[in-house]
Ligand binder design. Structure first.
Ligand SMILES: [Zn+2]
Ligand SMILES: [Zn+2]
Length: 242
């Protein structure tokens, strides 16, 4: 979520934030895209509505959220239409609607349904048709659970968490396999240093004013020369200095 403080400016008009504004989170566009500068920043709803780039900008965030939600079984998909989609978070009893016209999610709860929890009037007028469609398709909260089977849902979650865990373990194994030779070489160098001196590739001499920074088990450890202040490792100078 964009960090907002009292001097924050609207990304579209450049003026201070007053009145209702939206704040996008993360970037839906690459850094070489002309709309990148508007990402992860606050925008007045009034400016957003009149903005000539609004449709493209909103569409970027719509697609981003759709892709994020699609592969994650925490979310139960309620409906997917060309101009909107809705997902349910069964554990917290919350429903989210994302319309292509705004790209900003709207939250509902079992207590507030069919009213949104916190919906700015300008946003509501922008996505009026989608809101109406959602409410008429699912007239009461229970109807959201039409296609929901809690056993299948829980099984899906367990399988998903297991898969994430396995991926994490496989990554950790690969990392350790990659770091093992490096760790071994560092240990040899530490012995040399303890015996008196080590070769600094920057100073081009062996001396004892070198410190070892042990960053195991997850990162490559380094040595820092106290004379030239440069770091090095078993492979010599760091890649960026070669
Ligand atoms: Zn503005
Ligand atoms: Zn040195």
């Amino acid at each position: 979520m964009a960090l907002i403080h009292e001097d924050s400016k609207c990304a579209v008009c450049g003026h201070r934030l007053q009145g209702d504004y939206l704040a996008t989170s993360g970037c839906a566009f690459d850094s070489d895209h002309r709309l990148w500068a508007y990402c992860d920043a606050p925008i007045h709803w009034k400016c957003f509505r009149q903005w000539s780039d609004r449709a493209e900008f909103a569409n970027g965030y719509f697609e981003q959220q759709f892709n994020g939600w699609r592969g994650n079984p925490v979310w139960h998909r309620i409906q997917v239409d060309p101009s909107w989609f809705a997902v349910l978070h069964p554990r917290s009893q919350q429903l989210f609607l994302i319309a292509r016209a705004s790209g900003v999610s709207v939250a509902f709860s079992s207590q507030s349904w069919p009213d949104a929890i916190d919906l700015e009037p300008l946003h509501a007028s922008l996505i009026g048709a989608e809101l109406e469609q959602l409410r008429s398709t699912f007239p009461d909260w229970n109807s959201l659970y039409r296609d929901f089977d809690s056993a299948t849902y829980e099984e899906g979650l367990v399988a998903y968490e297991l898969r994430l865990q396995e991926e994490k373990e496989a990554q950790q194994r690969a990392l350790q396999a990659e770091l093992a030779p490096h760790r071994e070489q560092c240990a040899q160098m530490v012995l040399q240093l303890q015996a008196g001196q080590l070769w600094c590739p920057t100073c081009q001499q062996a001396h004892g004013q070198i410190r070892f920074y042990d960053r195991s088990p997850d990162r490559k450890s380094i040595f820092i020369c106290q004379i030239c202040a440069f770091s090095f490792g078993p492979e010599g100078m760091p890649e960026w200095r070669k």
